[in-house]
Design a protein around this ligand. Structure first.
Ligand code: PLP
Length: 389
């Protein structure tokens, strides 16, 4: 029977126009980001003490009438280059630095510029949670190769095999060191993967490289000897951020470094003023105060050593590699421990529930020695361990 023409048979009663099918199928990226102030934040791998006083002073010095002016970015790319290569001998050019509203925005731009429906994103599993939504937004197919148990080693052979089979993937996303497993990939292996896949855009997300020095940039700069470091790797894009080390995650600034043409293409899909003036001012001050970042990184690494000794002595199952975080497997249900740490101890940690290979663990960010001592005492109370052990 044909429908009565007077009756609205549209099964979808929504009055607004539907977006692209890929967007309609997406779930908004949600992270438990609310109500965190005042608590010990060991849940997002942020800097736990805040930025350099020089950053704070620079922001306070912005005259109020400047708020009325659109941001200016002149000199910021050069400041990034000076920070990456204080001697200025590397051959890296300002046009090889892209500026973004955090590395999240750089990732979004990469997918927007390069990902088309049906094309393949090759990555690892488990890895940073924003790659997946970015790929799905573009309708890409995701091929995620699992880390190798028992110690979450990088699946290098499988990755090379996947790169070589079928049409080249459009994108290869490497998180190095990986969040959340901490897995480290030697810079030479990253470069070899990029060289093996010249048709693929290889993005290496180096958000946490400062904690273990796993970056591809030093070997690239050294090998170029004053020439273009990306001449031999025009398909490689390196992502860096000031969020986790310099302590300005709330201001949002990140960088993409690669061949000038590649940086240009990724930058084409951003808005003209996506990075605000406060972030620009903070970035200049943070990039000029590397000593502060180095001091914070050293503090985190010392705290890490102390916590690892305690975990080993107490026989707590854990996994620590690169980055300013580690995984812990509690004796009780992870959700219970996460909740009690928050409610009773005012400490935030991140449950890895539902993540392949690490379901049942909690990811704990590393802060200062004093903060990690506080965390350890709280962990012992919640888990019923002897603190003095
Ligand atoms: C691996 C990784 N990449 C990118 C980001 C986002 O960094 P940003 O604050 O620069 O946007 C994060 C933040 O947690 C991350 O862990």
């Amino acid at each position: 029977m044909s429908p009565d023409p007077g009756v609205d048979t549209n099964p979808d009663p929504r009055p607004w126009p539907l977006p692209r099918p890929e967007v309609e199928a997406l779930q908004a990226y949600s992270a438990p980001l609310e109500g965190r102030r005042g608590l010990l934040r060991l849940d997002f791998n942020e800097n736990t003490v805040g930025p350099s006083p020089k950053v704070v002073a620079a922001i306070r010095a912005i005259p109020a009438d400047h708020y009325a002016i659109y941001p200016e970015y002149d000199g910021l790319r050069e400041a990034v280059l000076r920070n990456l290569d204080p001697g200025g001998r590397s051959g890296l050019q300002p046009a090889q630095v892209g500026l973004f509203n955090g590395v999240d925005a750089a990732l979004h731009a990469v997918f927007h510029a390069y990902g088309s429906p049906g094309e393949r994103l090759l990555t690892t599993s488990p890895t940073f949670g924003y790659y997946g939504p970015c790929a799905r937004m573009q309708g890409m197919a995701i091929e995620a190769i699992p880390y190798r148990l028992p110690d979450f080693a990088f699946p290098l052979e499988a990755m090379h095999t996947a790169l070589a089979s079928g049409p080249p993937p459009r994108l290869l996303l490497l998180c190095n060191p990986n969040n959340p497993t901490g897995t480290r990939l030697a810079p030479g292996d990253v470069l070899a993967l990029a060289a093996a896949a010249p048709q693929t855009l290889v993005v290496v997300d180096e958000l946490y490289e400062a904690f273990t020095g796993d970056s591809v940039l030093p070997p690239l700069l050294a090998a170029a000897a004053g020439g273009d470091p990306f001449a031999a790797h025009p398909n490689l894009l390196v992502l860096r951020s000031l969020s986790k080390t310099a302590g300005i995650a709330g201001l949002r600034i990140g960088f993409a470094i690669g061949a000038a043409g590649l940086v240009d293409r990724v930058g084409r899909v951003t808005g003209p003023y996506d990075i605000n003036s406060f972030a620009v001012t903070a970035a200049f001050a943070a990039l000029n105060d590397q000593a502060y970042v180095d001091g914070y990184v050293a503090e985190v690494l010392a705290a890490r050593d102390g916590l690892l000794k305690r975990l080993q002595a107490a026989g707590v199952r854990h996994h620590a590699a690169g980055g300013n975080y580690l995984l812990l497997w509690p004796r009780q249900a992870p959700a219970v421990v996460e909740d009690r740490l928050r409610q009773e101890e005012q400490i935030l940690v991140r449950s890895m529930a539902g993540k392949p290979l690490i379901d049942g663990s909690l990811r704990v960010s590393l802060g200062t020695t004093a903060q990690m001592q506080r965390f350890w005492q709280a962990w012992c109370r919640v888990e019923g361990l002897d603190v003095s052990a």
